[in-house]
Ligand binder design. Sequence first.
Ligand SMILES: [Zn+2]
Length: 294
Amino acid sequence: MRTLIIVIAVTLASCVFAQHPSYDPRYHTVAEVIEEITALADTYSAYCHLESLGHTGVDSITIWGMRISDNPTADEDETCIEFHGGQHADEPAGVEVCMWMINDLLHRIDAGDSIAVKWWEDYEIWIIPQMNCDGRIMCLDSGYTEWRKTKRDLDSSGTYDAYTDGVDPNRNWDYMWEDYTATDLDNTKGPYPFSEQCVITMRDFFIRERPLYIVDYHSPDSCGGNKLWICWWFSEGPYTGWGPDAQNNWREIRDDLAAAILDETGEPYEGAASYHTKPKLQTWTYYELEVVVS
Ligand SMILES: [Zn+2]
């Protein structure tokens, strides 16, 4: 009997942490991300601190943020830069970039790398590797490989169905939410602005920390190449073209950053312009907090 219980327990545990076979096992599952950052935060507690920033809406999974800075448990008066991945559940590349950066930075600080140590001393670097954890579980663990949105039973059917359920966390912000009328199921904006817990978590974090610069990683199959987007570009109304801030300040920074990011074949990223017409993380954060998000 005892053996049977152990077998059942092991089987259940491996089900919980199993990854759907259509995904490359090199991608981290939600559980693997949490396990790895917890271990790193224990090992390198002098360099970083993990903080629970909130929870997801259905499965109540902690949305963890890692602050990498000297005096890592203190909120010091230092410039804050934030990186996050996993807003869209079926775009795992951003999560992997965040995990790679966490590992790389901590190991370089530990090895005394002069640039990494200077960043660690001078800045507060926040990395939030997975924002939409519930959606990632639907996609990576549960086999809905095209699940992009949050986990929300929109039609109250008692089940979670790909496409008809879920809210696009990148259409759930309250800037331009009323005006946004797209009806495609991939971009469902939700029952009301900030209906999604992972969106609330990010909003509250941005208000609290006011980063100087934010990077919101995506890896869609639809944007025509590797691009670095900034706000913003007016496509209609009395003004058409770049906003003055983008024109005078951020375009040049965008171009330098894009040129410095190379893809796996050595080609640089392209600079791109975001419209201001969608209720996205990027547009809200720029409009409300004047923080530029790429
Ligand atoms: Zn995306």
